[in-house]
Write a protein that binds this ligand. Structure first.
Ligand code: 6PG
Length: 243
């Protein structure tokens, strides 16, 4: 599936979106019986409330953490002590509060150099996947969560960057124009190898970009996201206003 055929679920506000996603993730995780539940978390500010809900006792106590493997869709190439670290945000809001084995959490490494660390992260994914090549019908991820930036980027797939052409690597680097940090990001083929891709979008600031993505504006990286499973937009009413 792709972003044009994706299902769009519109809920009242950001809180409703976060609650829906938390309960849906719990269901998906509980339903996973034939191997680990492998999820890629998105960065940015949008998932913060979702992470807090997942850490609340009624969900956290039922979530099968020991069968869950947590990866990240992208990361700014900064030390984990930097407030811009996606991993650190997820740790403070979620990981520190639940009984998730340390070995099941896979932050993107940012302590060698970007190319080396991208390759290291791909190896870490390959170890969990159990193969070095992606195979159709054997999704790498159960769920890939994504956000969307004001320029139509998703994960760290930014407009006009060479990473958009990457067809082999699972993880690559991207240095957006005028951005303070190089990023590590999952590539299109890695995201495609998934059962579910879910874009979480909220607020009027996302409305115009989402409308352009749904109309198929090819210049926007989000437009080229596909999954061998399904693609869903889980959004609030404000983000839906231009659809
Ligand atoms: C992601 C990225 C990034 C982010 C957007 C939106 O994982 O998809 O971290 O693309 O989601 O930049 O950020 P906000 O949620 O802060 O609007």
């Amino acid at each position: 599936h792709d972003v044009k055929t994706a299902e769009v679920i519109v809920l009242k506000d950001g809180e409703a979106v976060a609650q829906h996603m938390a309960h849906w993730l719990l269901e998906q995780a509980l339903a996973k019986k034939d191997g680990p539940f492998v999820i890629s978390l998105s960065g940015g500010t949008t998932p913060k409330r979702l992470f807090q809900i997942l850490a609340e006792p009624d969900i956290a106590a039922r979530f099968p953490w020991s069968n869950t493997q947590i990866f990240y869709g992208d990361e700014r190439y900064v030390p984990t002590s930097d407030p811009a670290s996606n991993y650190t945000m997820s740790r403070e809001t979620l990981l520190d509060h639940v009984s998730l084995p340390l070995a099941n959490v896979h932050p993107m490494p940012t302590d060698a150099d970007p190319e080396t660390d991208a390759a290291r992260y791909q190896k870490e994914l390959q170890a969990v996947y159990g193969a070095n090549e992606l195979q159709p019908g054997k999704p790498l991820f159960d769920v890939v969560m994504l956000g969307m930036g004001p320029d139509g980027h998703t994960a760290s797939l930014f407009p006009r960057q060479p990473v958009l052409k990457e067809r082999t690597k699972w993880v690559a680097t991207c240095t957006p124009d005028n951005a303070p940090h190089t990023r590590l990001t999952l590539t299109y083929p890695a995201i495609h190898s998934s059962r579910h891709v879910v874009f979480l979008l909220e607020g009027a600031g996302k409305a115009e970009m989402l409308a352009r993505v749904r109309k198929g504006d090819d210049s926007l990286p989000s437009c080229h996201i596909t999954s061998e499973g399904d693609v869903t937009f889980l959004i609030d009413e404000a983000a839906a206003q231009d659809l």
